[in-house]
Design a binder for this molecule. Structure first.
Ligand code: GLN
Ligand code: ZN
Length: 770
């Protein structure tokens, strides 16, 4: 029978136990001991689940109270100087305090230290804490979590495979905090800690250690490529009888094949969901003893595995290297999928037919086990039955009337260039818009949402539970909208918004109204720390049965003479923040969504809305990891956006909004989106982000955010003026708008009002009015 291998299990708990316990601990409602117990309980449950399924290599140290990169930082003692006061006390209790201080910042007893920076884990929606390195960075074994957790599992009767981030990936994930060195040169200082950890684990009789080296599957600088050789030679030496597995994922080893296959390791894990095409070359070049862990079950998405397709890959490998050298595994850690499908019992939002196409973490491991059993010597009738069932469900998906709508497919096929071009070029549109809209220099606006107060969320909750009627709910939302409009008029904003009070979330709100979407009750995935997201499930052809935003936008417009900006989420962002179907290319799904949004744009225009914003905050994060794939993505992503916007008249003004973006490398694509106005997040970078636009001679209008909405801090009029002065120095003032960095839904009203009053004042001063 084939061996089974798991790379990592979700750590939040099937009922988000970790979130609840951490937040209770942070707010002082439970003790440290209670939090530690909650963690232990999750680990014990996870190990038990995996053992019962019959997984051979069960991971440990995949659990984390916040983030696995931060765990590694603590393991190797790379503690930035600002935490040294907290690090002085080395008791295990204080280790947790130090850990959370690094994750979340610390303000207490006269100490005030900021958190470490957070960034996205490759192309996922998971965020890790960025290691900080200095020129003379020292490393020493600090946290023994990896050893303790191995021991803990052993006590519970599970002999696990400790998992850790490999040293080269760890360095590459970090950042140099001072000039004059290359963080890869720190490897000499870092390796002794890894050697020590390996030595300790070896003493405990650990059989396998997994090193996550996803960078081995990415475009690598030559220097890093060379390092892999040296580093793993040394680590293999300290491992002795303990065997080493390197895990690659999210891409294929491709041009790093030679390096990957020449490492003195015992097993190599490949992601065959993202990069099935690497298998052939790996099999052709594989050295004699090396074991291959075949990642055939998708760890990034929630679809049921296609057994037949997986077995084709597995059989190919068996023919070449034999069963003894093959393991079956998920493609990557299961961190990126929800825990257990068994909790999903709401047929109204997740029809049984759709549920039958899904597999969450636990089900995915059952699939891994099934695939191994299907290639065992013994005939197991239950497994054979499951194989047949799997085939039936795959076939149903191929032909389901829930998924497939020919008219949607036809419409995508009929898209032509004409559909993606505005009637006139920007200069002509701008002239007409100036005339129709009659806006001042430095026009002021906001990004869309106003505070989603407890009350507003409470009304929605009551409405969903049936405690208030739809009329009562809508009356409340109407009143809130009315107040927001009146308030914006009073403050003197130029372009108003309705406030998005009726929306739970900028993707879910549209998903709920589009055909082709389903929703889980408990499909939570960790985004960072205790924050979890529940992406909607985009399972089928997308269409728009009815208007989605016209009512609320028109209502707002009906009570003011100032222009109200319609507010939509763009196709790429909807795609990016959903669990997306895997039975057609992503671009096809994006175009289907784009057509639905295009219809909504036209409906808004028809209803008399003169300004429409199509948010695309996620366009940058969708960028493929390998450079060779990026051009293709950017082409279709830009095209999808243009498709949503291009149907309108010249004097209808299209806005877009983007946040958390590094714009430099995609500025020409942003320009190609050809929005009349783009609002971007810039205040935290002191307008530096604008340089990309300035250097490019960005032709259309720009609203660089003048204050950070992530903090309750109220910016002064003067600081906003000085930021706008900086902007005016590099961009023609006639192109500039004045607005906050992002939507205001997470803020409270008092600071929102004070900040926007100051912002409008700033704009007036800039115009020379006051
Ligand atoms: N219109 C949205 C809002 O204001 C935009 C949110 C975002 O960019 N993430 O909330
Ligand atoms: Zn934003």
């Amino acid at each position: 029978m084939l061996f089974t291998n798991n790379l990592g299990y979700p750590r939040i708990g099937a009922q988000r136990e970790l979130k609840k316990a951490s937040e209770a601990f942070w707010s002082g409602k439970i003790t440290r001991k209670e939090l530690l117990d909650a963690g232990l309980k999750i680990r014990a449950t996870n190990w038990k689940i995996q053992k019962e399924i019959g997984i051979d290599l069960i991971p440990s140290n995949d659990f984390s109270f916040y983030d696995q990169v931060l765990d590694t930082t603590l393991m190797v003692g790379a503690i930035p100087a600002r935490y040294h006061g907290l690090a002085a006390n080395k008791s295990s209790e204080h280790e947790l305090d130090l850990y959370f201080a690094m994750a979340r910042g610390f303000q207490h007893e006269g100490i005030d230290v900021t958190a470490m920076e957070m960034t996205k884990w490759f192309d996922t929606n998971y965020h890790y804490l960025v290691p900080e390195f200095t020129k003379n960075q020292q490393f020493s074994l600090f946290s023994e979590k990896i050893i303790n957790e191995y021991y803990e599992a052993k006590q519970l009767g599970v002999d696990t495979k400790p998992v850790l981030i490999g040293p080269i990936t760890y360095l590459l994930l970090g950042k140099e905090k001072e000039a004059g060195f290359d963080r890869l040169d720190l490897i000499e200082a870092l390796l002794p800690v890894y050697e020590e950890v390996i030595g300790r684990l070896r003493k405990y009789g650990v059989k396998w250690i997994q090193f996550d080296e996803p960078f081995l599957a990415l475009d690598l600088p030559d220097k890093a490529r060379k390092l892999y050789q040296q580093v793993y030679k040394r680590l293999a030496k300290s491992a002795g009888d303990t065997k080493l597995l390197i895990a690659t994922y999210f891409e294929g080893v491709n041009d790093n094949l030679e390096v990957a296959l020449s490492l003195p390791i015992n097993a190599l894990h490949l992601d065959l969901v993202r990069a099935a095409n690497q298998l052939e070359a790996v099999l052709d070049n594989i050295p004699n003893e090396l074991i291959l862990s075949l990642g055939v079950v998708d760890g990034r998405n929630i679809w049921k595995n296609d057994y037949e397709r997986s077995l084709t890959l597995i059989d190919k490998a068996i023919r070449k290297i034999g069963k003894e050298r093959i393991w079956i595994a998920p493609s990557c850690s299961l961190l990126h999928v929800p825990c257990d499908l068994a909790y999903e019992d709401n047929e109204e939002t997740l029809p049984l037919e759709v549920k039958d196409w899904l597999a969450f973490a636990k089900q995915k491991l059952e699939e891994v086990k099934d695939l191994a059993l299907l290639r065992s010597e013994y005939e197991d009738t239950a497994v054979l039955q499951r194989f047949k069932d799997n085939k039936v469900s795959q076939n149903r998906r191929k032909t389901s009337a829930l998924i497939h709508h020919q008219e949607v497919k036809d419409r995508v096929n009929a898209i032509s260039d004409k559909d993606t071009n505005r009637r006139s070029v920007f200069a002509e549109r701008k002239a007409k818009q100036l005339e129709t809209l009659n806006l001042p220099l430095y026009p002021t606006t906001t990004i869309g949402s106003f505070p989603q107060t407890k009350e507003v969320r409470g009304w929605r909750a009551k409405f969903k539970k049936g405690e208030i009627t739809i009329d009562e709910y809508e009356n409340l939302i109407r009143a809130e909208t009315k107040e927001a409009i009146a308030w914006q008029e009073q403050v003197g904003l130029d372009v108003l918004v309705h406030g998005e009070f009726e929306r739970n979330d900028m993707v879910e709100y549209f998903g709920e109204q589009l055909q082709g979407y389903a929703f889980t009750k408990n499909g939570w995935v960790q985004s960072y720390g205790s924050r979890c997201v529940k992406p909607p499930v985009l399972f089928g052809d997308v269409s728009r049965p009815k208007d989605m935003t016209v009512y609320w936008t028109s209502y707002a417009q009906s009570i003011t003479r100032l222009p109200v900006k319609g507010m939509l989420t763009g196709p790429v962002t909807i795609l990016q923040w959903s669990f997306v179907r895997d039975d057609q290319p992503r671009w096809q799904t994006a175009f289907q969504i784009a057509l639905a949004i295009r219809d909504e744009v036209l409906a808004l225009e028809h209803a008399g809305i003169k300004i429409i914003q199509i948010d695309e905050p996620a366009i940058r994060e969708g960028l493929p990891l390998r450079q060779k794939d990026q051009r293709d993505y950017l082409n279709w992503a830009v095209k999808a956006f243009r498709l949503t916007a291009a149907g309108v008249e010249d004097d209808t003004q299209i806005h877009t909004h983007m946040c958390y973006s590094e714009f430099n490398d995609i500025i020409s694509d942003i320009a190609a989106m050809d929005a009349d106005v783009i609002t971007i997040e810039t205040s935290r970078s002191q307008m530096e982000l604008l340089d990309a636009f300035a250097n490019f001679n960005y032709p259309n209008d720009i609203g660089p955010g003048v204050y950070d909405i992530h903090s309750p801090r109220i910016p002064s009029k003067e600081e906003m003026i000085s930021l706008m002065d900086k902007a005016s120095a590099v961009i023609n003032p006639k192109q500039l708008w004045v607005n906050p960095d992002c939507g205001l839904k997470t803020r409270a009203w008092p600071e929102t009002k004070a900040a926007l009053e100051a912002m409008v004042d700033a704009a007036k001063t800039l115009r020379g009015v006051i």
